[in-house]
Design a protein around this ligand. Sequence first.
Ligand code: 13P
Length: 250
Amino acid sequence: MRERIIAGNWKMNKTVPEALELIETIKYELSRDDYKIVVCPPFTALYSVGGAVSGTPIALGAQNVFWEDRGAFTGEISPVMLADLGVEFVIVGHSERRRYFGETDEMINRKVRAVLAHKMRPILCVGETLEQREAGKTIDVVTHQLREALKGVSESEAKRLVIAYEPVWAIGTGRTATPLQAQAAHAFIREELNLMFGKEVGDQIPILYGGSVKPDNVADLTGMPDVDGALVGGASLKAESFIGIIENAQ
Ligand code: 13P
């Protein structure tokens, strides 16, 4: 059975007190164990949220990382620092980072490899823009992103990968991919992973859907055979909606 995961990407939200308030509620209302639950607070709240989830089934995730271990890289956070805080998952290559901070496929590949080298698990985000989808380029774009980001990743490292398919046009827009659109993209990503790492490994890599996931659409999405969970933005910022998503997931 493939692992199932629901991850909350808090993006640039929550002070430390706000983060603690949210995690305390989530932690006490968590009711199922067939999904792995991951929360990804901003860097400034990682230490406190890490303390709050320690000893619970909730895993700690970060939203970004730099690839060097240490050095003169003002403003960056290294994989060593994240691992030291008990971070298990790191979101890499989110479309907001590609778009606003100029992250290239080459940078994303370095980050993926750094996360794996430090025994953490990357949540690699891929996805097309509306313009690319309308031009019929979805498959080309996603293939390219996957191949470039996963260059040099070994079969044994690939067992720790998580992929998130996040169509850019569905992020924060209230516009969700239909379950069939999501399934088509996920099935195609699965084929690529099977080509890269062999079927045995590829079949076990969880592929999450991200983009306006809410309590009322999560069941249909996670009911699709290749949708193994969700990467949730806006709806992960309130305990009620995040718990709602966890409870309604198939
Ligand atoms: P929304 O759920 O707010 O659309 O964000 C999705 C996302 O970007 C998760 O990484």
